[in-house]
Design a protein around this ligand. Structure first.
Ligand code: TXA
Ligand code: MG
Length: 297
């Protein structure tokens, strides 16, 4: 990474494709490797809160969130302090930066050894489901990376929650592994979210999508479809993947992307997905499913 190469890194959420955040050429090669249709700002990963405070201006509310959830699956968008540490291209020219301290011991060890911020989008090609296992990450972007670190399956399986903490207001930009209820327990009610395109640039419809079309809120599969069940499902079969037989949302989140990929490998007519309760982690799961199905969230 010091020489500008890309490295696949495990995090507790999903596998990332990492590069030196201060090196514009390295950052440009991330966009190229993923085939991102346009420059979409990246998340800067750092080893600890002190490192984050050198890069971003974290106010009291941002600090309260950081102390509660770092290391872990929360990304905070805050004003940039050290514009050279996370280059313009990585921020898409914004005067803010998205920053997080990941929880996976392997990525933290890399960040400590590297000594500066590492930008890492999910290691999938643009528009596809995020990889949550080492083989899936290598299959997506392994040919673009100089190295890949195997950290096992991702414990969380869904991307980090993205919040902005700007002018004293906390907004939810992307639902994720930290739930809305967990956020409000620390900072109180959140400010009104802005419209989708404005709030998190690059969050396009048809994101996280497998090759087969996705049909959501499906009570059962049609002939030729693969099915992602949730909760007790009486019929098994090679085309059925149960996200969580006991109806546990954390288990469903951890299985979501790898089961979408497994279902896709059957080359079904479509992938039908059971209704998922819209509470807690279900908000983030449904956000990803709506995008996989091509609906703007
Ligand atoms: O769990 C995760 O967050 C994973 C792992 C690898 O850390 N990373 C990830 O990165 O999901 P990516 O690039 O796929 O998503 C970054 C999100 C995008 O929705 C982007 O628009 C938003 O963060 N973002 C980044 N910088 C921003 C900024 N300055 N203002 C608003 N949104 C920003
Ligand atoms: Mg992504």
């Amino acid at each position: 990474m010091r020489e500008g190469a890309l490295v696949i890194l495990p995090t507790e959420t999903v596998y990332g494709l990492g590069a030196d955040a201060a090196n514009p050429a390295a950052v440009a090669s991330i966009f190229e490797a993923k085939g991102r249709p346009r420059f979409n700002p990246l998340i800067a990963h750092v080893a600890d809160l002190d490192a984050a405070r050198q890069v971003a201006a974290l106010d009291d509310r941002a600090l309260a969130l950081a102390r509660e959830f770092w290391p872990g699956p929360l990304t905070i968008v805050a004003p940039i302090r050290d514009a050279a540490a996370v280059c313009d291209l990585a921020r898409a020219g914004l005067d803010t930066v998205a920053i997080r301290v990941p929880g996976h011991p392997l990525s933290r060890a890399v960040l400590e050894a590297f000594g500066g911020p590492v930008v890492a989008p999910s290691a999938n090609r643009s528009g596809r489901p995020s990889p949550t296992t080492f083989p899936d990450a290598v299959a997506e972007t392994g040919d673009k990376a100089a190295a890949a670190l195997d950290g096992g399956p991702c414990a969380v399986g869904l991307e980090s929650t993205v919040v902005s903490v700007l002018a004293g207001e906390v907004r939810l930009l992307r639902p994720g592994a930290v739930t809305r209820a967990q956020l409000t327990a620390i900072v109180g009610p959140l400010a009104e979210a802005e419209d989708d395109a404005k709030r998190s640039p690059g969050r396009l419809a048809l994101h996280y999508a497998p090759d087969a079309p996705v049909r959501i809120n499906a009570a059962s599969p049609e002939p030729g479809e693969a099915y992602l069940a949730f909760g007790a499902w009486p019929r098994g079969g090679a085309n059925v993947f149960n996200l969580s037989p006991s109806g546990d949302l954390a288990e469903a989140a951890a299985n979501l992307f790898s089961y979408l990929r497994a279902a896709d490998r059957l080359r079904p007519r479509a992938i039908a997905v059971a209704a998922i309760p819209d509470e807690g982690l279900g908000e983030a799961i449904n956000d990803r499913l709506r995008r996989a199905a091509g609906f703007v969230g």
